[in-house]
Design a protein. Structure first.
Length: 451
């Protein structure tokens, strides 16, 4: 990185950043309180509130949102007449899944092979630290030239919409000239990237029932309708032979005309086993950024160990559907539910329940804020030009903010590049990415203030 005072300050702060991320990762802040204690999330929220107060933020508050979680808010005043920038991150994390698959404990930050491992290290506790680093670097080099609002969400991973509903009820709270969402990531480590689009999502729970109770498979199997088999048929109907998503009435042939995702690079990033084919048609970018994608997240059925020779009376599944920009998530949900009901065989009783939803998002990358970010990234990543890419994941709050504040520019950056393996075992963050993006954010705030 070329030498400049902001970059030098951020470099000097990296040991502190690692210590703080170690403390944050230690909170088991999964916002599913049936799995993890609420006190873990409250501990993370209080840690962030304390960090904001120590940086001079005013009006620091733990906001009780309608889904029963807390978001952290703070305001740092800048010069009179300055623009206002809202910085976003979230402190809740995905559960660690199979802890045995982790090389080191998921809630301990461990340095290994030049990366820092731990649940939330990249998604998105690292984003909290990135914002703090950027602001500290500016304070040490002439001051923060804009008014800064920070909002750190407590339930982004759950998709339960707590902060979205709170923002709708208190629209004045998050008003800003520009919003920086620190929950995306570079297309590849070392390649500065802003995210231009996000897919929306819906979560639907499916219940299939056929019998009053389980039956002996020898005495009744062959004629008694098996609920688990019926559910498997329904789930199979959501994919074509090549693996493409097929929901009746939902278009699946859109294309992506920007930065492309080479198939071999995708295979390596996704760690696809040798000989296993990718699914779907079109380019990889079409499939992961521009088209719908259904995923079966879980099935309730007897585990193999301890299973009995029984015809199952009932079975259920949790189904996720990602939808691209231009598709309304509510309409997609109705189509998914109608498809499931239409494809349930044998007259089995089926019910569907939507338990989460978020709209897709498309940014205006021609806006002045993006020009300021491009200049900043060119300094933080010498010799590299800022790229625009899509992201297959969802950040439901983006569309809420775009609807509430249609004149506000929204930029998406972050630490979730492919090697970070967010949501998977052995999630990690690159300290080099954390350092460079913190520099980029600091320089962006300076550039944007002067624009």
């Amino acid at each position: 990185m070329s030498s400049n005072p902001v970059a030098e300050t951020v470099a000097s702060l990296m040991p502190r950043a690692k210590a703080e991320l170690t403390e944050l990762v230690a909170f088991k802040s999964v916002a599913d309180f049936d799995q993890y204690p609420r006190s873990e999330s409250e501990g993370a929220a209080n840690w962030i509130a304390g960090a904001l107060r120590s940086e001079g933020f005013q009006d620091v508050a733990l906001l009780d949102t309608p889904d029963g979680t807390q978001s952290v808010y703070g305001f740092l005043p800048g010069p009179e007449g300055a623009k206002t920038v809202l910085l976003y991150a979230h402190y809740d994390v995905q559960p660690p899944l199979d802890e045995a698959a982790w090389a080191t404990p998921p809630f301990e930050l461990v340095e290994r092979d030049g990366r820092w491992y731990g649940r939330g290290a990249a998604d998105c506790k690292g984003g909290v630290v990135m914002h703090l680093l950027a602001l500290r670097a500016l304070k040490a080099n002439g001051g923060v030239p804009v008014h800064v609002k920070v909002i750190v969400e407590g339930s982004e991973e759950q998709g339960t919409g707590g902060l979205e509903r709170y923002a709708e009820e208190h629209p004045e709270l998050l008003t800003a000239d520009t919003i920086v969402i620190g929950d995306a990531g570079n297309f590849r480590a070392g390649l500065p990237t802003v995210t231009a689009t996000l897919r929306g999502m819906t979560l639907v729970r499916v219940q299939v029932d056929t019998l009053e109770g389980n039956l002996h498979s020898g005495q009744f199997g062959g004629a008694a309708p098996d609920a688990l088999a019926a559910l498997i048929r329904v789930l199979d109907s959501l994919r074509a032979k090549d693996g493409s998503t097929t929901v009746d009435g939902l278009a699946g042939d859109s294309s992506w005309d920007g930065l492309q995702y080479e198939e071999q690079a995708f295979r390596e990033d996704a760690k696809v086993l040798d000989g296993v084919e990718l699914i779907g048609s079109g380019t990889v970018a079409d499939r992961v950024w521009a088209r719908p994608a259904v995923t079966v997240l879980g099935i309730d059925c007897p585990p193999v160990v301890g299973a009995t020779p029984s015809v199952q009376a009932g079975a259920r599944a949790l189904v996720s559907l990602r939808v691209p920009p231009g598709v309304d998530a509510g309409e997609a949900t109705k189509l998914l539910q109608a498809h499931i009901e239409a494809h349930t065989p044998w007259g089995a009783r089926v019910s569907t329940e939507q338990i989460g939803q978020g709209q897709a998002f498309r940014a205006d990358t021609s806006s002045p804020a993006y020009a300021s970010m491009a200049e900043a990234m060119a300094v933080a990543y010498p010799g590299q030009e800022m790229q625009s890419a899509g992201m297959g994941g969802s950040i439901p709050l983006c569309n809420t903010l775009a609807s509430l504040y249609p004149q506000t520019e929204i930029l998406l950056i972050g630490l979730s590049e492919p090697e970070a393996q967010i949501h998977a075992a052995n999630e990690s963050v690159s300290p080099d990415e954390l350092e460079r993006l913190s520099v980029a954010e600091a320089l962006f705030l300076r550039n944007y203030a002067a624009s």
